[in-house]
Design a protein around this ligand. Structure first.
Ligand code: CA
Ligand code: CA
Length: 278
């Protein structure tokens, strides 16, 4: 009967026998909405399931995202960066930058990471780490890593200056590369220049990027594997990222920070979105 007034299927308001409610912490998601409520209570205000719908589309000319100065990274002795990327062309004779910090004079002031050129001979993919002293360290993935086009790859770089192998890097959740510091300095990270995604100074990345995150700790091999998740990006909020640009806006020139920090990503020079995601 339309408009019945007996609230069929609903327990009495404020009933105390748990009627209509899944057992607390049940593992069959009984009564669970959007996985946001371990007790099975409906959480209409805070419930939001992880979805990945949009990535960044970078033209390889001048497209980039600008996060400004990430002051909460300055002076850290341990940090990690995770990024997903997809190239759609190969044969590139230019080394392209996945990300980089630099100041108003184009001097590096933090990190930078290159994707080594394809030809005439393939280069490794190198992470540069500038410290609060003037010197820097560099660490490279082998040149054959992440070379295939039209598939999504994940790179995770972890730095811990108190570790013998200061650098541990992961490609697609494994393929670990461990390297000691190759220099007397630095012993920490400088972060006093703008942080750019897809850009260093001139050689911008060409392709798609997504779910870019930065942590104030060295992620473990298990955490690197969890982030890769078999090649499907997933909710990493339990790993407490400081910065996490998801690009789920799908339009406009500002990307929210889903980590604990407030730095938004400003999309410059016509940077757009794609519905192709990892
Ligand atoms: Ca995304
Ligand atoms: Ca452009």
């Amino acid at each position: 009967m339309p408009n019945n007034t007996i609230e069929w299927g609903q327990g009495a308001v404020n009933n105390d026998i748990g009627w209509g409610k899944g057992v607390s912490n049940n593992n069959i998601e009984w009564g669970d909405i959007a996985n946001a409520s371990p007790s099975g209570d409906t959480d209409l205000a805070g419930g939001s399931a992880y979805e990945n719908t949009y990535s960044l589309n970078l033209d390889g000319a001048d497209d980039r995202g600008n996060a400004g100065v990430l002051t909460n990274l300055n002076g850290l002795t341990a940090f990690s960066i995770s990024l997903w990327f997809k190239r759609t062309t190969n044969g590139d004779r230019t080394t392209r930058f996945l990300f980089g910090n630099r100041d108003a004079n184009n001097s590096y002031r933090g990190t930078a990471m290159s994707f080594g050129r394809d030809a005439p001979s393939a280069y490794g993919h190198t992470l540069y780490v500038y410290g609060t002293t003037t010197s820097y360290a560099l660490f490279s993935f082998p040149s054959n890593y992440a070379r295939s086009i039209n598939v999504w790859h994940n790179f995770i770089v972890t730095i811990d200056f108190t570790r013998t192998d200061v650098f541990k890097g992961y490609w697609n959740g494994g393929n670990e590369v461990s390297l000691p510091n190759n220099n007397a300095n630095p012993s920490n990270l400088a972060s006093t220049g703008n942080f750019y995604i897809g850009d260093d100074v001139t050689s911008n990345f060409r392709g798609l990027m997504d779910e870019f995150s930065i942590f104030d700790k060295a992620l473990t091999p298990q955490e690197a594997s969890d982030i890769y998740n078999g090649g499907v990006a997933s909710d990493i909020s339990s790993l407490s990222p400081l910065h996490w640009w998801r690009n789920e806006e799908g339009s406009g020139t500002t990307v929210a920070n889903s980590g604990s920090s407030s730095n938004v990503l400003t999309l410059e020079n016509g940077t757009g979105f794609s519905t192709d995601v990892p």
